[in-house]
Design a protein around this ligand. Structure first.
Ligand code: NZQ
Ligand code: ZN
Length: 395
């Protein structure tokens, strides 16, 4: 095992920490652009509390509101215009993964002279990996993506129907100010989709990483087991702060580089889901609930022992008298049962997606993360036909 790991983001975690936003921001700038999504932070009063904290610390503010779920490059451009016009020197993301991702790319594009879409990898010849960004502070209001403490951002282009990503060091937030109280207002469905996203971040590494990572395996299994246990509680009772805290913490560790350190993984399920949400604007976590089990059934045939381990260790299923493939299938069935229990869709028909564009999704999924033959990377690598087959099995 040879690897390098780095996560420079300072994490401030706990109920009530929103009150520190002003003081924390004042360490990085004097004029903040506060980026928000739709109206949820206004409805909940979180926006007013954030502004009060900033004002008390003497930080001037300008708002960039209206970042949509599956954030568009057009919203990023709008944010860049505001940041430049208003001479902002720090960017605060107050919202879900969409708001955080848009904020990161705004922070980088504000210091880049060309088209912000150049910064997102979408198969172009010259992908401009941003070298610098304004300081970013993330304040998540939804536990799902882990964007609060990682260097990734996922942006959609409505014109080309491509949804893709950038991940690079300057996009690490300076501070992730994580107050799980802010997630108490997240509705049941979004809570469940968030839990699914968290689990999928871990399964991508668990099933697509290199061999010989026993410590990471146990980390991953621990995160999945806890996301299931506490996710179930958070969905059942949105006001259960302890459950919200645990789910929020799971969201962070699932994708801040720690659980997957040294696994050298690639995320095929995410690449396929991004193609779906690019075309149909479905919620990312809901798309994953559909694609991941279908992909697991496909991948298990080439590595049943790995999926049998998952069944045994995560769901406590007995291996007695079963071959690996039987146990693997039982584990995947148990996972699907959990997804259904918390209210996630598990078939494409439930979200109204037909088979008309299957070939297109297969092409889009491998736009960036592919081998020399154009196959989508993962274990196993997938041809376009393989991706179509997985999608057919998810109908
Ligand atoms: O827009 P508002 O009004 O805030 O409402 C949002 C939105 O409708 C609502 N919401 C958020 N916090 C709330 C709340 N409603 C009530 N109370 C609150 N406290 O939830 C809805 C979904 O929000 P969104 O930000 O879109 O969800 P999520 O956090 O799941 O982010 C999804 C985006 O992140 C990308 C996804 O592809 C998708 O574009 N991802 C980013 C990653 C990263 N940067 O590392 C990794 C992920 O795998 C993922 O791809
Ligand atoms: Zn995800």
């Amino acid at each position: 095992m040879n690897f390098e790991a780095c996560n420079p983001t300072r994490l401030i975690f706990g109920a009530g920490t929103l009150a520190q936003l002003g003081e924390v921001t004042s360490r990085y700038g004097t004029k903040a652009m506060v980026v928000t999504g739709g109206n949820s932070v206004k409805r909940s009063g979180v926006f007013d509390r954030a502004m009060a904290s900033l004002k008390a610390a003497g930080v001037a503010t300008v708002e960039c509101s209206g970042i949509e779920p599956n954030p568009r490059i057009t919203s990023v451009k709008r944010g860049v215009d505001i940041a430049r016009r208003e001479n902002c020197d720090v960017v605060i993301a107050l919202g879900g993964g969409s708001t955080m991702d848009a904020s990161k790319v705004i922070a980088a594009a504000a210091l880049y002279d060309g088209d912000p879409w150049d910064l997102i990898g979408h198969g172009q010849e010259n992908w401009v990996i941003p070298p610098q960004a304004l300081p970013i502070i993330t304040v998540p209001t939804l536990a799902a993506t882990g964007s609060e403490m990682n260097a990734g951002a996922v942006i959609s282009n409505d014109e080309t129907k491509v949804k893709s990503f950038v991940s690079t060091e300057c996009l690490f937030p300076k501070v992730a100010l994580v107050d799980p109280e802010l997630t108490l207002t997240v509705p049941k469905d979004q809570t469940a989709y968030g839990v699914c996203d968290i689990i999928t971040h871990v399964t991508e590494g668990y099933f697509n990483g290199v061999n010989g990572t026993p410590i990471q395996d146990r980390f991953a299994e621990g995160v999945i087991i806890n996301a299931i246990e506490w996710g179930r509680k958070a969905v059942a009772d949105g006001n259960d702060l302890e459950a919200r805290e645990q789910v929020q913490w799971a969201s962070i560790v699932a994708l801040n580089g720690w659980v997957n350190a040294g696994t050298n993984f690639v995320p095929p399920v995410h690449m396929i889901e991004h193609a779906l949400s690019a075309h149909h604007d479905i919620t990312h976590g809901a798309g994953l609930a559909i694609v991941n089990p279908a992909w697991m059934r496909f991948a298990a045939t080439s590595r049943p022992e790995r999926f049998a381990q998952f069944a045994q260790r995560v769901f406590g299923l007995s291996p007695e008298g079963k071959d690996d493939m039987t146990l693997a299938t039982e584990g995947i069935d148990a996972y699907v049962a959990f997804l259904k229990e918390i209210g996630c869709p598990t078939t494409l028909s439930e979200v109204g997606i037909g088979d008309e564009l299957f070939e297109q999704y297969a092409k889009d999924a491998a736009l960036v993360v592919h081998d020399a033959d154009g196959n989508l990377l993962g274990r196993p690598a997938m041809s376009r036909d393989d991706i179509v087959e997985v999608l057919r099995s998810a109908q």
